[in-house]
Each structure stands twice: as C-alpha cells, then as structure tokens.
Design a protein around this ligand. Structure first.
Ligand code: AMP
Length: 301
C-alpha cells in the first residue's frame, strides 16, 4: 500500500493508474463500515485509494474535533489488510495551506435541515473538503456511506451540480450485532451508554415495521420511532425525522421513498442513524445497477 502525502504525489499516483479508480474518503479511526466502502470499491474498480483526513472545517466551535478518536497505525494496518492500493494522508497544511480562501457550498434545503440545523457550518466544511479530495483522486467511482444520509444526499447533489467526473456509490450501513450503526465515535460510549444507544436502531426498526405494514402517515412513522426513544432516558433526542429524499422536508404522507433519521446525544457523544424506506433491494451488492436509484441518489443525471 502506497502512502501519499502531498497533492503532487497523489496526482502522480493517479496518473500512473490505467484502469478504473475507486475512492473512499474517511476521517480515520477506521472500522468495518469504512472497510465496507473499500471492499465495494475493490469489487468494482481496479485500484482503490483511501484518504484519511480529520477535517477541521466540518467541526463547529464546541464540537468534538479535539476528542475525535485517532489511531493512524491501526488505520494503516486495517487498510493494508483490506487491500487498499494507496492511502492519501494529507496534513492540514496540505489541504488548507496559508492563503486558502475557497469554500464550496451546496445551497438550498438539503443543507438547511436535520444536521445542518444543529451544525450550521458542517456541510460547508464537508463539501469544501470533498470537492478538493475528488479533484485530487479523479476517481471513476467514489464510495460514501448511507449511514451519513444527509451527507450522501448533499455530496450526490454537489457532484451532479458541478459535473464532477465521478459516480457516487451509496454503500449500506454496517451495524454491530446489537444493531448500533458503527461509528468512530462509538468508542466514547461507556457500557451503559452503549446499551442505551441501541434504542436508536430499534426506533428505526419500529418505524420501518410500520411502513412495511402499510403506514404512510409521516407523523405515525415519527411517533413509532419516538416512542422507542422516549423509553430510554440516557438518550437526548435532537430530532426524529421522516423526510423526502430530494429536499429533506418533513413528509405528511410518504410516497414511494422516505428517509427516517434520528440524531441524539448520549452523554457527550453525537450519534446519527437512519433507515431509507422504499429503496429497491440489492443496492448493497457490488455492481448493483445505480440506474434504479431515486434521482436524489444519482450523481449522473
Ligand atoms: P467518516 O470517517 O466518519 O467521515 O466516514 C467516512 C465514510 O465512511 C463516510 O462515507 C461514511 O458515511 C462512511 N461510514 C461511516 N460509518 C459507516 C457505517 N457504519 N456503515 C457504512 N458506511 C459508514
């Protein structure tokens, strides 16, 4: 596995690749969710590049940048074992050298609701760093997790709006055996908080079960999730949402698709999770036909 530290090195590596390149952007503290993106990339492309960059721009004041877990040695071991071909490890100065003055913004409703309502500068940080990383990687396919649903929708829109030459591939959420979505931040949960946190995925299951039973009223789906969360006092709920994929506006009635999502604080740990309702089956499989995705998840339209 090659280690690339500067943009010039990364570009040289990219130019030397003759086949299809897959790209996975991460902030490190890697777990099996990140590796699922890499596995999918390896199944669908000829060489896979992973970046590790803890992006300060996407953390607001008072958020957990200082506490965010870091373990570069373990990350490099995991990537090597999982078969990454190269890892891009830019420093803050490489990504944001003195005089860096540019921001990339996706405007409109996608960046106003849910996470954006609680973290107003977050998506500006995400879209700015991902634009730069995509410029460096020049990847045929770029893999992003469905766990960060709003981020995935925003990045799909970014790639489409700016005609960035890559295909965004959504990868289903990887969960622990008890249902908790894997997240770098889970390491901060003590055993009692860890157990309490499973209420988030149980709440999403409850909403999805109602949807599968034919319920289409947004309030009833939100309430089904909310009732599970209300029974768990350690969970401080920020939102329970049942929203349209293209605008993230709350739905009175669900049509074909919806995103049910939850954000909560458990102690000082920020957790998010979601279920996508009404998506075609089989999306998680390598070489799945992305043409059957709803327009909000297609970067190629
Ligand atoms: P992060 O390092 O948290 O910025 O995440 C890097 C990428 O991994 C993003 O595309 C995330 O959506 C994705 N990711 C994080 N956790 C999971 C998970 N549990 N399952 C699938 N993808 C994930």
């Amino acid at each position: 596995m090659l280690r690339l530290e500067t943009i010039a090195e990364a570009r040289r590596w990219r130019r030397a690749q003759s086949g299809r390149v897959g790209f996975v952007a991460t902030m490190g503290a890697l777990h099996d969710g990140h590796l699922a993106l890499l596995r999918r990339s390896r199944a669908e492309t000829d060489t896979s590049l992973v970046s590790i960059f803890l992006n300060p721009l996407q953390f607001g004041p008072g958020e957990d940048l200082d506490r965010y877990p870091r373990d570069l040695d373990a990350d490099l071991r995991l990537l090597e074992e999982a078969g990454a071909d190269a890892v891009f490890l830019p420093t803050r100065d490489v990504m944001y050298p003195p005089g860096f003055d540019t921001a990339v913004l996706v405007e409109g409703p996608l960046t106003q609701r849910l996470e954006a309502a609680h973290r107003p500068t977050h998506f500006r940080g995400v879209t700015t760093v991902v634009t730069k990383l995509l410029q460096v990687a020049q990847a045929d396919r770029s893999y992003f997790g469905m766990k960060d649903a709003q981020q995935l929708l925003v990045l799909t829109k970014l790639v489409r709006d700016l005609a960035i030459p890559t295909t965004v591939v959504p990868v289903p959420t990887v969960r622990a055996a008890d249902g908790l979505a894997l997240s770098s931040r889970n390491i901060h949960l003590d055993p009692v908080q860890r157990r309490a946190s499973t209420a988030i995925s149980r709440a999403l299951d409850a909403a999805e079960a109602r949807f599968d039973a034919g319920e289409r009223r947004g309030d009833c789906l939100r309430d089904a999730a909310g009732a599970v969360l209300a029974a768990e006092p350690l969970i401080d709920v920020q939102y329970v949402s049942c929203a349209a994929l293209d605008t993230l506006e709350e739905l009175d009635r669900v049509g074909e698709t919806a995103l049910v999502s939850i954000a909560a604080m458990v102690g000082v740990t920020h957790l998010i999770d979601n279920h996508w309702l009404g998506l075609p089956a089989g999306l998680g499989a390598p070489h799945a036909d992305l043409g059957i995705l709803p327009p909000a998840l297609r970067s190629d339209l």
